[in-house]
Design a protein around this ligand. Structure first.
Ligand SMILES: [Zn+2]
Length: 450
């Protein structure tokens, strides 16, 4: 029997929005989109199932603005390894020859399942391209993008981890990857033979293909490194404001405030988005420091104050760059600690994993507002401030206007003869969703209305 599709909701009732006042609201839906957000109880929802959130917090589904799936889950393959960025690149390069399309797809699939289970609705994925991997990873990701289209929007970046100029064949492969359907041009000037040349090569390629540009940039504790200036100049000169993003940019943290300040103003004026990668920045930075190692993360709060669209993203999962798996909300939690963000800024950090990355990727998600695609997460908390500090569990997902239960056993009642761990979304749908789960209800009860 084919399982019935998850219910299309007409409204989510009695929710509180993170970052707003505590007044409960109803979020009315029309198909895949949010129709209106109104004070709770003001009007009857349209006919159809509604989700009663019981006053819990609803946030936009998360957007992971920067992730590598093809290098994920590699810890058991790496040789003896200890060190910073260069060692991580070398250790990964050494196992790249073991990558196959099937192997990449398998590992990527596991990370995507994990991200989706943690409420992520879209991700910008950097796809490794060089003469060793060739286009294997591109082919794997093109298949994944299609397979995941109705669950998770994937934007693919043609990415040269060792730089685009080091080997002539890499540039040709990048061009071919764009022709095959990658969405965004990537660049990695700090790994290339000629940093400024690598920046220009990235801009040239992006313009040739009419695509956005996303650079791994200035990932160092050395304050004298500032290719960001060249990026800002090129973005303005070529009219690409709003179409360029830079990842890491940790050297900005190492600069004197009097030097970093004007640079931040230039980033804002050039419409360049910044993507901080807290877990990697923390793990790889300050390796040579004999004491008080720097935290590494870029100047997130000052960039936000200047009006820069800052995202916080996961980057890597269980590899030489980042030995842990994570998700965007956990990155907001970590960034809160790393940036010493006061309580009043926590809602800003939440926007760094929702509205800002959605804007950087050019997607109509990331906000709870009329017209946006209804991609939402109901969290198991009534306290907006706790979203970033406590990373509450999700109790319900809304994907394209349809209700999905998160794959968490805590939501489910035990069924005789069935292990909870075996229950996936389809199994949950096979339950009678009109009835709230027995026992301690975690929230997100589904009712029929109208
Ligand atoms: Zn990266």
């Amino acid at each position: 029997m084919t399982p019935s599709p998850p219910p299309a909701l007409s409204a989510i009732l009695d929710v509180r929005l993170a970052g707003a006042d505590a007044t409960p609201v109803d979020v009315h839906l029309a198909g895949e989109r949010i129709a209106s957000v109104e004070p709770a109880g003001r009007r009857e929802p349209a006919p159809g199932p509604v989700l009663d959130a019981g006053g819990r917090i609803v946030v936009p589904a998360f957007v992971d603005a920067h992730v590598h799936l093809d290098k994920a889950l590699l810890l058991d393959r790496l040789g003896p390894y200890d060190g910073g960025l260069d060692a991580a690149i070398a250790a990964t390069a050494a196992v790249k020859s073991t990558f196959t399309t099937a192997d990449i797809e398998q590992r990527a699939q596991r990370v995507l399942e994990d991200l989706a289970a943690r409420g992520v609705c879209a991700a910008r994925v950097h796809v490794e391209i060089d003469p060793i991997v060739g286009l294997d990873s591109v082919h794997a990701h093109l298949a994944l993008r299609e397979r995941w289209a109705d669950r998770l929007t994937l934007q693919l970046v043609a990415f040269p981890q060792e730089g685009s100029l080091r080997d002539r064949r890499t540039g040709e492969l990048l061009d071919e990857a764009m022709r095959l359907g990658c969405d965004v041009v990537g660049a990695c000037p700090y790994a290339d033979v000629d940093g400024p040349g690598s920046v220009l090569d990235g801009f040239d390629r992006a313009q040739r293909f009419g695509a956005d540009l996303d650079l791994h940039l200035d990932f160092t504790d050395d304050p004298s490194v500032h290719l960001v200036d060249e990026v800002c100049e090129q973005a303005r000169a070529r009219g690409m404001e709003g179409h360029v993003a830079i990842g890491h940019v940790t050297s900005l943290s190492a600069m004197e405030p009097s030097v970093a300040g004007p640079r931040i103003a230039r980033i804002a004026a050039a419409g360049v988005a910044v993507i901080a990668l807290p877990a990697t920045d923390l793990y790889l930075s300050g390796r040579g420091a004999p004491r008080l190692a720097p935290r590494g993360i870029t100047r997130v709060l000052e960039l936000l104050d200047a009006g820069v669209a800052v995202s916080l993203a996961t980057n890597n999962h269980a590899n030489a760059f980042t030995p842990v798996t994570s998700d965007p909300l956990r990155m907001a939690w970590l960034a809160m600690l790393m940036t010493h963000a006061p309580h009043a800024r926590w809602s800003d950090l939440l926007r760094c994993v929702t509205a800002h990355p959605a804007a950087t990727l050019g997607l109509d998600v990331g906000v709870v507002a009329p017209g946006a695609r209804a991609e939402l997460v109901v969290l198991d908390t009534h306290d907006a401030a706790s979203v970033v500090s406590d990373v509450p569990a999700a109790v319900a997902f809304v994907r394209r206007g349809r209700w999905h239960a998160p794959p968490q056993p805590r939501l489910l009642r035990p069924l005789a003869g069935r292990g909870l761990a075996q229950l996936d979304d389809d199994a949950i749908r096979a339950l009678d969703v009109d009835v709230a789960p027995a026992g301690p209800v975690a929230g997100g009860d589904l009712h029929r209305a109208g």
